[in-house]
Design a protein around this ligand. Structure first.
Ligand code: MV4
Length: 446
């Protein structure tokens, strides 16, 4: 149980967490960096504490500073949001050892899922379908050739400590194999201090479909439907939606219940996301995210549930008050990530927002910390708002999104709103079910 929580994050998600806390009667301490001193959500929190200088490494990523902030303010729990320390097993362990509550699964579970080989093993045990491959360390030896011949080309070499698209290499021919293994190992060692790599069959044209789960401390767990996050560029999601177009409900229900089984076996607590590739009408697990995700909103829209409130309630030790039979999916929801960036060359566009007028109306939701006069710092991710639409059908959700994007007035900085509008006009997007390569291919062709 806790009644005071430290928000170890910034921007729209800090405000989103504050709102959920208000509804539950939990007091908030907002941690902030010197660059965020003037932000509205720092002022609206009951209490705020500066944790360091503007660069993330000296504030939002500073584990000792965050823990100290919780201790000196008397916060009994820490919500890490997404990014920053949200999947840092060591930070979670420090929080546990200090006798505080980390809002998320136990540090041991974060650590296990952070090792992608270990995660895949757990999924195979629970019956969650995985990409065909070899579930163990791959080394540049003769064994590798045997392993890869049995999988069949093309293959992808991935870092066990990686994830989110960092440290991967596609190999299409035998002659390139050994060099690719060595290069991926070296990169992985440098980037993650873990040179372990593994191999999977490479799927050429998949979609990115993910399943949301929610678990309490008493072994109760539900799956909350799926999202399609295929519209991405350089591993940055641009548009997400729920439910995914043309993924059979019985497949989702089957795999969803297997995800629930995996969570029960892991002793998983909190919100979690199982990431899959979807190709040839099959789902293949690739990795698990042990945090609240940016795109949780589209799941909220089609389920009617407040996921952040649920996350806090299960962290407080409450029992889930919903069962699988209570969960249904209604309508369609789309999220456009609004970034402070040049819509043509994607370069960040920080600076003062001279005028800010977000849209409204039926079926539109805006999650943002921005208002007129806000200065977008150059130190962090460029996402400044999420525009979320809801409709009875996908067509209605798209139309409402287009209306919202056209109404959205942002002056003083550049945003990717024009990019969103042109994606939403694309026939391929409107048809639905585009692959992970859709956006990059379309950008290259225009
Ligand atoms: C793959 C793949 C194709 N085949 N694995 C990239 C991010 C990381 N989470 C896993 N990724 C991929 N793994 C196999 N066996 C293609 C990707 C991939 C991707 C996946 C999801 C969303 C966007 C992507 C963009 C490029 C590659």
């Amino acid at each position: 149980m806790f009644d005071k929580l430290l928000i170890a994050n910034r921007g729209e998600i800090a405000l989103r967490i504050q709102r959920a806390c208000k509804a539950l009667g939990i007091g908030c301490v907002q941690a902030y960096s010197e660059a965020d001193t003037g932000a509205d959500y720092v002022r609206t929190a009951e209490q705020a504490i500066c944790v360091g200088a503007a660069p993330s490494s000296r504030s939002y990523l500073d584990k000792a500073a965050m823990l100290l902030a919780a201790e000196v303010t008397g916060a009994q729990a820490i919500h890490p949001g997404y990014g920053f320390l949200s999947e840092n097993a060591e930070f979670a362990r420090w929080v546990e050892e200090a006798g505080l509550i980390f809002v998320g699964p136990l540090s041991g579970v974060i650590r296990r899922m952070g090792d992608k080989i270990c995660a895949k093993r757990a999924m195979i045990e629970a019956g969650v379908p995985c990409v065909p491959g070899f579930v163990g360390e791959l080394t540049a030896t003769r064994d590798a050739l045997e392993i890869i011949r049995s999988i069949g080309f093309p293959v992808i070499i991935k870092a066990a400590g990686g994830g989110g698209g960092r440290g991967m290499r596609v190999v299409r021919e035998e002659k390139d194999l050994m060099a690719a293994i060595a290069a991926t190992q070296q990169e992985a060692e440098k980037a993650f201090a873990n040179g372990t790599v593994y191999v999977e069959r490479y799927l050429d044209n998949p979609r990115h479909v993910e399943i949301q789960i929610l678990a309490d401390k008493y072994g109760n767990c539900v799956w909350l439907g799926a999202r399609d996050c295929s519209v991405q560029r350089r591993h940055q999601k641009v548009i997400e939606e729920a439910p995914p177009v043309d993924v059979p409900q019985r497949l989702l229900a089957d795999v969803g219940s297997r995800c629930v089984a995996a969570c029960k076996a892991l002793g998983y607590v909190g919100l979690g996301t199982f990431e899959f590739l979807f190709e040839d009408n099959q789902l293949f697990f690739i990795e698990m995210n042990t945090r609240l995700q940016v795109e949780h909103t589209v799941t909220e829209m089609i389920t009617g549930l407040d996921l952040v409130q649920y996350q806090l309630r299960v962290a407080r030790g409450e029992r889930l008050d919903i069962e699988q039979k209570d969960i249904s999916f209604v309508g369609h929801s789309i999220e456009c990530r609004i970034n402070a960036e040049d819509p043509l060359d994607f370069r960040p566009s920080p600076g003062r927002v001279d005028f800010w007028q977000p849209p409204g109306g039926p079926g539109l939701r805006v999650d943002t910390h921005v208002s007129s006069g806000y200065v977008v710092p150059a130190f962090y991710d460029s996402m400044i708002a999420k525009l979320i639409s809801f409709g009875r059908t996908r067509e209605e959700a798209i139309a409402r999104m287009q209306g919202g994007l056209r109404q959205f007035v942002v002056e003083g900085i550049k945003t990717n709103i024009p990019l969103h509008l042109s994606i939403l006009e694309q026939d391929k997007f409107r048809k639905g079910a585009v692959s992970i390569h859709f956006l990059e291919k379309w950008l290259a062709s225009k």
